[in-house]
Design a protein around this ligand. Structure first.
Ligand SMILES: Cc1ncc(COP(=O)(O)O)c(C=O)c1O
Length: 458
């Protein structure tokens, strides 16, 4: 497989990183000052620079500094920033029709996109789609539909899970950070332990544990933990994202499938972050052999335009009658054109395969770092969805919250973001078109920052 950058990537983006002035430069500072005066401070704003343009796996700020991107806009730009197929689709659509009136009329790209999602759905078994505007809206739609279909009103979510910041999706988030000050939340959501084997909730070892966490869900939570036998759905991320890029054991998803089948509960796979090539598969569900009842997609599915959707079986979707659910902008012209173009680009260029190959290479290199540095506790992931968990020492295994690693890396030109319940997991999640050379360059910078951080601790 050719692992160099695609031809369309701009010249300036090829030798990233390339810093001209220490960031934030003077032009960035002017914009940041105005922003801080007028824009809500709710966003984290991890990088103190302004986005000016982006191409392939590189971003340029207002001062001409070029950064290597290990976050892909939080797993959105899977086919690469400014991919011409996506850009041209957006331009052509904008000239023709921006708001396609999905609520009240039909539109070609929406039908085409739904057809494509049905074709590529896990096992080709999910035939129909409802389009919304964000991952969280996809989650809300799945909650509503699973209640409508089963007549149940309760849900199982997992510790460490993240499903968005609004309504019931927020109620299903397990971190206080996300929920603080925003209650009360919907009742009837029960949290089960996710198989976070590096920090097992039950202090067990895999595989001898036989997935005690799933036994606990089945025998403790469902039977004695408070639900009223009215559980509509289990919401699971097949590879947990914000919780720390956690890969569960291979038996986990099949065990959930069986548990749901036995109890007539719907299994909802939230692939907003893990889907569309990120983990080396089109859907992470595919690598588990499990077909969910409802699949949620978002992020990369919109090609950079806001988008979220649920894909499900005809018999489930069809309980909704016209007017049961709706959205002014769902399935709108821009997100359909951009999303369809990006998904086709991922499929036509086997970017999932590329993610797999590059991911194996990165995992090998990062595992060497784990063996070399005491503060690197765990390295895990699939494809280009890799987490590096930082600890105080291998002996203590205590989480080490070190946002300064992020700052150090950024000043060297590498954009990395964190995840994890303790904020101590660094994500290796670049656009899938990144070259092997760029990936290595980024890992080299990451290693420098780890080395410097560990030296300071000593
Ligand atoms: C697994 C998962 N579900 C849902 C969401 C929410 O998506 P959005 O921010 O588009 O609402 C996210 C966002 O990070 C996510 O990672």
């Amino acid at each position: 497989m050719d692992l160099s950058l695609p031809e369309w990537v701009a010249d300036w983006a090829r030798d990233a990183p390339n810093l001209k002035v220490p960031p934030p430069g003077p032009k960035s500072k002017v914009i940041i000052d105005k922003d801080r005066k007028y824009v809500s401070h709710a966003y984290d704003r991890l990088f103190q620079f302004t986005m000016d343009r982006a191409s392939g796996a590189a971003v340029m700020d207002a001062d001409g500094n070029v950064y290597l991107d290990f976050s892909a806009g939080i797993s959105v730009m899977n086919a690469g920033w400014s991919n011409p197929r996506v850009v041209n689709a957006i331009k052509a659509q904008a000239e023709k029709l921006v708001h396609s009136l999905a609520n009240d009329a039909y539109y070609d790209n929406e039908a085409d996109f739904a057809e494509l999602l049905a074709e590529i759905s896990p096992g080709g078994a999910l035939e129909t789609t409802f389009f919304g505007n964000s991952g969280a809206e996809g989650v809300e739609a799945a909650i509503k539909l699973s209640r409508y279909y089963t007549k149940g009103s309760e849900h199982i979510a997992f510790m460490g899970s993240y499903h968005g910041r609004i309504g019931n999706a927020l109620a299903m988030a397990s971190r206080i950070k996300y929920k603080y000050g925003h209650g009360p939340f919907a009742p009837g959501i029960y949290f089960a332990p996710y198989p976070y084997c590096f920090r097992c909730w039950f202090k067990q070892e895999y595989p001898s544990c036989n997935l005690l966490c799933v036994d606990y869900l089945e025998k403790a939570i469902l039977e004695f933990g408070g639900p009223s036998n009215d559980v509509a759905s289990v919401f699971v991320e097949p590879l947990q994202g914000e919780g720390g890029y956690i890969v569960p054991p291979k038996e986990f998803m099949p065990r959930l499938r069986k548990l749901c089948d036995d109890r007539k509960i719907l299994l909802v796979a939230d692939e907003v972050q893990s889907g569309l090539g990120r983990t080396g598969e089109i859907w992470e569900c595919n690598s588990t052999g499990v077909i969910p009842d409802i699949l949620i997609t978002g992020k990369a599915a919109g090609g950079g335009i806001p988008m979220g959707a649920i894909v499900t079986k005809r018999q489930i979707m069809d309980v909704w009658r016209p007017g049961s659910h709706s959205s002014t902008f769902g399935g709108n012209g821009m997100s359909m054109a951009a999303g369809l173009a990006q998904v086709r680009e991922i499929l036509d260029n086997d970017l999932a395969g590329r993610s797999r190959v590059l991911g194996e290479h990165a995992l090998k290199r990062l595992t060497e770092l784990r063996d070399k540095y005491d503060i690197v506790g765990d390295v895990r992931g699939k494809g280009l969805m890799i987490g590096v968990e930082i600890v105080k020492s291998k002996k203590s295994n205590e989480p080490l919250y070190v946002p300064q690693i992020q700052g150090l890396a950024w000043r060297k030109g590498l954009m990395m973001i964190t995840a994890g319940m303790f904020g101590n997991v660094f994500r290796i999640a670049p656009p899938l078109v990144i070259s092997k050379e760029q990936l290595d360059k980024g890992i080299d910078i990451f290693e420098e920052t780890i080395k410097e951080t560990q030296a300071k601790m000593v």
